[in-house]
Each structure stands twice: as C-alpha cells, then as structure tokens.
Design a protein around this ligand. Sequence first.
Ligand SMILES: Cc1cc2nc3c(=O)[nH]c(=O)nc-3n(C[C@H](O)[C@H](O)[C@H](O)COP(=O)(O)OP(=O)(O)OC[C@H]3O[C@@H](n4cnc5c(N)ncnc54)[C@H](O)[C@@H]3O)c2cc1C
Length: 327
Amino acid sequence: MSEILLVGEVNGGNLAEATAELIAHGKPLAESLTSSISVALLDQDSTSAAQEAISQGADKVYNIKDSLLGTYQTDAYLASLAKLIQEINPIAVLISKTEIGADIGARLAFRVDTGIVQDCIEVSVNSDNKIQANRPVFGGNCMATVVCESTPMMALIRPKTKEALEADTSRSGDVVDYNADLDESVIKNQVVERVEEVQEGIRLEDAARIVGGGRGMNGPEPFDNELKDLADTMGAAIGASRAAVDIGWVPYSYQIGLTGKKVAPDLYLLVGISGASQHMAGCSGSKNLVAINKDPDANIFRDARFGVVGDWEKVLPALTQQLKELM
Ligand SMILES: Cc1cc2nc3c(=O)[nH]c(=O)nc-3n(C[C@H](O)[C@H](O)[C@H](O)COP(=O)(O)OP(=O)(O)OC[C@H]3O[C@@H](n4cnc5c(N)ncnc54)[C@H](O)[C@@H]3O)c2cc1C
C-alpha cells in the first residue's frame, strides 16, 4: 500500500500544531485512496512527538536520524527527505507552509523531480481518483483547482486551514528509525545563528482572541494604549495589517495576512482595517470577525459577522469600558 508522506515538525520535543493540522488534511485523502499516513520527523528529540503524531491520526512515523540533523539546516533536511521519498515512493507529499516548509517545499519537489502546488488551503481526491489542491489566486479573489500530473503529488498547505483531529491516545502505529546517512558534503549553506524573537503575552498564532489594528489607527500610540487596553481586557493578542507594519507602527511579527501570520481565533476584532483580500487570507479561519470602521462601504463589512460603523476613537473606549464592567 503506497503511503501519503507528511513532512512533520517538532517544537520543543512536541509535535508542532501545524503537523497535527497537516494530518487532518491528509486523513481524508488516505481514506479515499485506501492509503496510509506517514509522518517524517527530523528532530533528534522526536520520541514523544512520534507518539503524538500517531494519536493525531498517523499510521507510521519515520524518525529520521543523523548527526547532521540538529537545528534546522536546509541542505540536511532536503537530502534526508529526498532520500526517504526516493526509497518509499509515496503517492503524495504534504508539507505545511511554515518557515521550514516554505523553505524546503519547492527545493524538495525539484530534487525528486515532481511538481508542487504552492499555498494550498485544501486537498481532496477528484472523480478520476487524482489528488487535487485548491489554492487562492489573485490575492485571494479567486480559487484555482490544481491537479498534479507528476508523482509524487506535492502540496504546500497553509497552516490554520484545518483543525487538528481530536487526539486518540489509544491509537497505535509504527515508529521506524530511518538513518539518513548524510555525507557532510551535502551541506552547502550553514545556519550560523538563530535569534528567537522574544514573545510578550499571548502568541498570535495560538490566540483564541485577537484585536488587530490597521492604517486607520493613525499612529503607533493607539497600539500601545487603546488597542492594548482592549486586548488586555479581553485576554487577546494584538495583530496588525501590513499597512500598519510597513509604516513602522508595530513590528512584522504582528502582521496577519498573505505575507504575515495565519490565525484562526474564535474572535478577531479588526479596528481601522479595510479588509483587503491579502489581509483576509491570513484570518479566513477565524470563527467570528467583528469590525470597527468609519467607512460603511469598507470591504471588511462583507466578511464581518458584526460591525460598528464609526470612529474607533469614540467606539473603542466605550467598548473597553463596557467589557470591563461586564467582566
Ligand atoms: C503581494 C501582497 C501581499 C500582501 N500581504 C498582506 C498581508 O499579509 N497582510 C495585510 O494586512 N496586507 C497585505 N497586503 C496589503 C493589502 O493589500 C492592503 O494594502 C492592506 O491590508 C491595507 O491595510 P489597512 O486595511 O490597515 O489599510 P487601509 O486599506 O488604508 O484601510 C484603513 C481603514 O481604516 C479605516 N479608518 C480610517 N480611520 C478610521 C477611524 N478613525 N476609525 C475607524 N476606521 C478608520 C478606513 O475606513 C479604512 O477602511 C499585501 C499586498 C500585496 C500586493
């Protein structure tokens, strides 16, 4: 039985959330094609992550081992994954569009001589029993359905486009140690230093509630004052549009959208954000969008579940005050 291979990631010894989501994407494909789900893990510290992958729905985990596989190195990851793919010949390879996934996706496809569908939000099996992928195009204004004719079919899938399945710790699966047997000469580029950005408060990607500000905030101060006050009251993380980031009001780590973070909170309150398709590409998985915008014709009101037409300078203090009284 040919397998569907997922490129997994490990964060601090645990299975990355994006990999759990990737398993949820792969599972229906495996069922339709009577195939199985295998996850490749390249972290040295992946023992518990392997079991987590199985609980999340994987049938097999390849624990790829090599002394050259420590911290993420493009060339070492590429060589190991290409070797595994050539050996097991999967029908499809799914990769999450994380920093690592985006870095290796196209390179890996080139190495194993196949095509890759970039930036997908959904994969499925069509009536010809072929795997197809849906991806937003033209800034999210249209959807393209792409069928990959070459094998293995490869897709880079946006995180936060599918919820991870409920973990079932009673599931069992195979954990196979796979020796990548890398030669040092494969390493052409070296990561010399990693600088982790210090994260204050709730991580945007994990937040259940987000308050986002755009160009309509009219300066950096409201992010530190009115927006922060509301976010603290709601227990929310603060995000921003690219316009607010490009002007320099907040750092890039705040940016939500096509070229920023992908978020899927229960509640996303957008303040002074017009709702451009590139912004919405990063928050389409949000359960409830609430907008405050002074322009009644702003695009955001087409997507928002609730909206307030008004100047945030008047609306925000009143809203925050009301929430404080209710909490
Ligand atoms: C390839 C590409 C990638 C991109 N990637 C991203 C991305 O990842 N994320 C992203 O956000 N954008 C992205 N963009 C940019 C995107 O197209 C928009 O330009 C951007 O999202 C606009 O940001 P904004 O809504 O804050 O600003 P604007 O479009 O200028 O909107 C500001 C809004 O604030 C409202 N407003 C003004 N004053 C007030 C007030 N006092 N009270 C209430 N409302 C007020 C206005 O009515 C307006 O609707 C990308 C663009 C391209 C071409």
